[in-house]
Design a protein around this ligand. Structure first.
Ligand SMILES: *Cc1c(COP(=O)(O)O)cnc(C)c1O
Length: 520
């Protein structure tokens, strides 16, 4: 038996040590923010190089905290991609609020588990407040249910599971998809071009199968053609399928288009379908009164996905799902176990987030959102969102002014795509199919190379995407630090890279394809 005098150890820091290391850490973060505008946005190192840097054995003996913290500046930062930069335009990534950074440290310190009310009274109520504030901000019912999630994918998962649970004609909680009374295939609907890939993942995770996602044709502006939606729904019902959910894009992934939400709401009402609004990147734009007509009908959605880690600039991770009817959400995730709830009621019952979503243990994500919303206020956020939209419009005006780039769509919110096309190559009119194909392939490669060259330069980060299967340069202007000057600098870098690559690459093609001959 162990002796009673055995000394337990916490290996915790002393208060003095913690304070000293904490100040050092704050200094490091401050230096990081001071350089946010000048540091290379992308390290441009191969996986092999970065992997080698971190390939070390697990330490058997603890190391000094000063030495460990030093590695932040020597090993982590030089190998980070900086979405905190004002010239980071990749994917859809928020830029991280400074108050959110402080909140993360505070939340980690208190370490509350927001799975249940008793382990996290304040965190639970802060999260409920945040959900209600987010709803209020976008003109949704502030008495809605909902919770914060790891991101938009999990928010979409929660929404679509809830749709299935509530629309299906039998109890899918108990029987899943295996009920002998099920008569057809469950199907869900989104726009063909701009519908988001996460919906396929959700269909997959729910074992509905990716084929259950039906793609609705789009208009030229890449919004859903709701007449086509009705035709498709009626045909599928006729064929014995069981449509249960329509997903409207609220700010789409390549062009930030907003589907006709009122029409979708009406169509869903008429057929008793669940209307889910995927506003992971765009829902918060509903806080701008000048955009009210675009967002008309959002308040009629049964559920809304909204990612604070995108257009509210909250540090990762933080998504959110809002569900109009809390009971319907709860019905999807309700569970009982004596070790969760105790066996008998006590005086300390409250909102249990584990009954509203798939996670049991959950962090205090709400603190960084709560603190940031209080810090900026709705007014501050409206200013920041308007700046991003103005940047997208400015980029569009540059694109329309210059001869070596082609506009593809009208600017919407903050995601904008265009294509680099050398001026003399854009002027061809009647091409044969083969010539057109050669030209398309050349321009696709050129646009990808421009992207790689600018990324490698460290000046900026943006990606390529495809619109109608042609490679485009895609900008997601989702940083509260981006200015018009940043847009102009990157635009010039694109033009320079494009001209230089075109000078190098084109001559070798002329022999086989005279279409590439340089023309005045
Ligand atoms: C980003 C995005 C998602 C997925 O969100 P994550 O937070 O990356 O999981 C879903 N839908 C749309 C429209 C998005 O832009």
């Amino acid at each position: 038996m162990a002796s009673r005098s055995h000394q337990f150890t916490t290996h915790d820091l002393t208060p003095e040590e913690f304070r000293e290391l904490g100040y050092q850490t704050v200094d490091m973060i401050t230096r990081f923010y001071e350089d946010v505008d000048t540091r290379p946005v992308f390290p441009a190192k191969s996986e092999r190089a970065v992997e080698a840097l971190f390939d070390e054995p697990l330490p058997e003996h603890g190391e000094s905290p000063e030495a460990i913290l030093r590695e932040w500046e020597t090993r982590i930062l030089p190998n980070a991609t900086h979405n905190t930069s004002p010239r980071y335009f990749g994917y859809v990534m928020g830029s991280g609020t400074m108050m959110g950074t402080l909140a993360e440290a505070l939340a980690a310190a208190v370490n509350m588990n927001t799975g249940g009310w008793k382990p996290a009274p304040a965190a639970t109520e802060v999260e409920r407040t945040v959900i209600s504030w987010l709803a209020d901000l976008i003109g949704y019912d502030p008495d809605c249910g909902g919770l914060l999630t790891s991101g938009g994918t999990m928010a979409n998962f929660i929404a679509i599971l809830t749709a299935l649970r509530n629309v299906a004609a039998y109890d899918t909680t108990g029987e899943g998809l295996q009920s002998p009374t099920r008569t057809g295939r469950y199907t869900l609907y989104m726009a063909d071009h701009e519908g988001h890939s996460s919906i396929f993942r959700v269909a997959d995770m729910l074992n509905l199968g990716r084929d259950a996602v039906r793609l609705v044709p789009s208009h030229d502006d890449l919004t859903m053609d709701t007449d086509a939606l009705e035709t498709l729904l009626d045909a599928d019902i006729e064929n014995g399928d069981i449509p249960f959910c329509v997903i409207g894009q609220v700010g789409s992934i390549n062009v930030s288009a907003i589907d006709p939400l009122s029409d979708i709401a009406r169509i869903c009402d008429e057929r008793d379908l669940w209307f889910h609004a995927d506003g992971a990147c765009g829902a918060v734009g509903a806080m701008l009164p000048e955009l009210a007509t675009k967002y008309e009908g959002l308040d009629r959605a049964d559920s809304i996905t909204l990612d604070p880690h995108k257009w509210l600039y909250i540090p990762y991770e933080c998504g959110a799902i809002l569900v109009r009817d809390t009971d319907r959400l709860r019905r999807s995730f309700d569970m009982e176990a004596p070790y969760l709830h105790g066996t008998l009621p006590t005086a300390y019952e409250g909102h249990e987030f584990y009954q509203h979503g798939p996670q049991m243990s959950r962090g205090f994500r709400a603190l960084k959102v709560w603190i940031s919303l209080k810090f900026y206020g709705a007014e501050g956020y409206r200013d920041l969102l308007r700046q991003n939209i103005e940047c997208a419009h400015h980029l569009d005006s540059l694109v329309r002014r210059e001869p070596d780039v082609a506009a593809i769509h009208e600017p919407n919110l903050y995601i904008y795509s265009f294509r680099y096309v050398p001026a003399d190559l854009g002027a061809h009119d009647s091409l044969t199919g083969e010539q057109q194909a050669a030209l398309d392939a050349y321009l696709d490669t050129l646009n990808q190379k421009i992207t790689d060259v600018v990324q490698e330069s460290g000046l900026a980060f943006f990606g390529t995407s495809a619109i109608h299967e042609r490679t485009v340069l895609r900008f997601s202007i989702c940083s509260h630090r981006t200015t018009l000057g940043d847009i102009e600098d990157v635009f010039r870098a694109i033009q320079n890279a494009g001209a230089e690559l075109d000078r190098e690459d084109r001559p070798s093609l002329v022999a086989s394809h005279p279409v590439f001959e340089r023309r005045a």
